[in-house]
Design a protein around this ligand. Sequence first.
Ligand code: BTN
Length: 309
Amino acid sequence: MKSKILEIFRSTPDIVSGENLSTVLGISRVSVWKHIQKLQESGYEIQASPRGYQLLMSPDTPFPWEFPEREGLIHYFSEVSSTMDIARDMARKGAPHLTVVIAGRQTSGRGRLRRSWHSSDGGLYFTLILRPDIPLQWCSRVNFAASLALCRVIRKLTGLNAAVKWPNDLLVEGGKLSGMLSEMEAVAEMVSFVTVGIGINVNNDPTAVEPNACSLMQLLGKPVSRKEILARFLNELQTYLDGSDVNLENVVLEWKEMTCTLGRNVSVITPQETSTGLALDIDSAGALILKLADGSLKKVLYGDCMNND
Ligand code: BTN
């Protein structure tokens, strides 16, 4: 109902009468008023006058009703410990493919290699539940598809020269704009679900805790709509995921065209060791191929990568 009310408001700059809303929506005027009150409590500025109602301002909060085609799959929480934990529990209970768990802020946001992810108000923090019909070894393609989709969206929406850094970070002008953490569960070599958690610095200032990070608002000097980033990202990602593995096949190739990792001297940190060398290539499963100082090649499946030059 909220999405329908907002659609009516947004289709006209005029005041909409309570009577009109009640007729179009097929509910009583008292119900209309109750929905309007709920929207106001959620931060929508709606002016009520004897002539009717007028939407003056919408908050940039990714509420489920802001995504009418996906409303049933979107779950928004103003604060959680980590969207990864909520999404994993939901996935274990059978939440469908493309369920999205979003948080306004996280008290224990997690990063890769057991780091924490600073998750203050203004950023976009969400975890996607995916159920790709693919064998275990292709699982990382899903992560590459997600970082590729996000990179495309940021470039198109902002004009910024975003680049993907192996494995799945997004950088702009060398600063970290976004990070991705992926976890999965499998049954008999087939993926049962993947949870892909993405944190994007949108309208927050991450630099106090992460000096090498940047946010879209800092880069552009104005706020950017989190709702729009998420809506476009989900659409873009779906084009890769629809049709099972077929559309995932070219993901790594496309990803290579948008990366700032290949051809650079890098250090890759894994829980076991740190390897330094020239980032030569990515194989079809997304592993980074390094050329070490002694000329030998080394394949790294997972880790954190730092550009040294
Ligand atoms: C990294 O770069 O180390 C990965 C960061 C991933 C952060 C996101 S924010 C949404 C989701 N919930 C979490 O606790 N972590 C991921």
